[in-house]
Design a protein around this ligand. Structure first.
Ligand SMILES: NC(=O)c1ccc[n+]([C@@H]2O[C@H](COP(=O)([O-])OP(=O)(O)OC[C@H]3O[C@@H](n4cnc5c(N)ncnc54)[C@H](O)[C@@H]3O)[C@@H](O)[C@H]2O)c1
Length: 299
């Protein structure tokens, strides 16, 4: 029988955490949204409000649904309080193993003994993360896609010790928020990023080698392959730091030079040009005008 889940703690209120909190709240769950940064929590609730307004304008939800969703989200910057009574905890902090390890040890200390802990990691081994909590059978990967309110897929990743009942519970809760769960096994990059990231990295090589400029590369993939976004635009949207982290994991763990990150990706991250979140990556963004301009990379 599936576990009854009423309250969820989402840890990390950035690009993905805010979307995950929104979608659970919209579907009737109580959500505690926790972050170390009060400023990021404020930005997250503003982002959720804007996103709900857009859904309302498109008549996908009504005003009372939007207000109810907002009222179900409690912002918190005290981990122990945030975890109280939560039957499901979703970790959505930076893609860095040592940060996640440190956090999971703390979560393990304060969470309900039978809580399920999920990670939204894009590439870090679920088996390795599960080892940081006392009940690895209750640990699983729940990989949402960006932007969470729109994308239907949740890639569910079983770690080596994940129990069948944990997987069944997570499949059922994913369906309850109107998303489609697809279960895969723990392996570097899982399925989504094993395929997507090398494509993005190849697009960056193509740019770096002067085969085409930013707009040409993106337009070719949009118009020629029916991709809704070009690979460089998508990389900016995901975050170039996240892309680099994932490529490094694929390179290190699969041991094949074909996964080595393109030097231009490394250089952009070193320059803190991380894409949309820093207003510059392969494009320069003007949030106020809602405009973007391709960067002219010259070598
Ligand atoms: N960005 C994407 O498109 C995308 C897609 C799928 C999965 N992911 C994964 O989701 C996770 C989060 O990515 P993101 O893009 O939302 O990152 P982000 O940088 O936008 O947000 C991370 C948030 O975590 C907070 N944080 C950092 N350390 C913390 C801690 N110890 N305790 C509490 N909060 C902490 C930060 O303050 C920040 O608000 C990563 O594992 C990433 O790989 C990202």
């Amino acid at each position: 029988m599936n576990k009854i889940i009423r309250k969820i703690t989402v840890i990390g209120s950035g690009t993905m955490g805010s979307g995950i909190a929104q979608i659970f709240a919209l579907n009737g769950y109580k959500v505690s949204l926790y972050d170390l940064s009060l400023n990021n929590l404020d930005l997250a609730i503003e982002k959720i409000q804007n996103s709900l307004e857009k859904l309302e304008k498109k008549q996908l939800i009504n005003n009372s649904m939007a207000n109810d969703a907002i009222s179900r989200i409690k912002l918190c910057n005290h981990l122990e309080n945030s975890l109280k009574e939560s039957e499901l905890i979703i970790e959505v902090i930076v893609e860095d193993f040592s940060e996640k390890e440190k956090l999971l040890k703390e979560v393990n200390q304060f969470c309900l003994p039978d809580a399920i802990i999920a990670s939204n990691t894009s590439s870090i081994s679920i088996t390795k993360l599960a080892n940081k909590v006392s009940k690895p059978e209750r640990f699983i990967g729940m990989h949402f896609m960006n932007p969470v309110p729109i994308m239907p897929l949740v890639e569910i990743i079983n770690g080596m010790k994940t129990s069948k009942s944990t997987t069944d519970n997570i499949i059922s809760i994913t369906k309850s928020i109107n998303k489609t769960p697809i279960v895969v096994n723990d392996y570097p990059g899982f399925v989504a990023n094993r395929i997507l990231m090398p494509m993005i990295n190849e697009a960056i090589h193509t740019l770096n080698e002067g085969v085409g400029d930013v707009e040409a590369i993106d337009q070719i993939m949009k118009l020629g392959m029916s991709h809704p976004m070009g690979p460089l635009e998508l990389a900016d949207f995901i975050g170039l730091d996240v892309c680099l982290y994932i490529m490094n994991i694929l390179y290190k763990e699969l041991g094949n030079t074909k996964y080595a990150p393109c030097p231009l990706l490394v250089k952009l991250v070193d320059a803190n040009h991380l894409g949309v979140k820093t207003q510059q990556g392969f494009y320069k963004y003007d949030a106020k005008k809602k405009e973007k301009q391709a960067i002219n990379f010259k070598y």
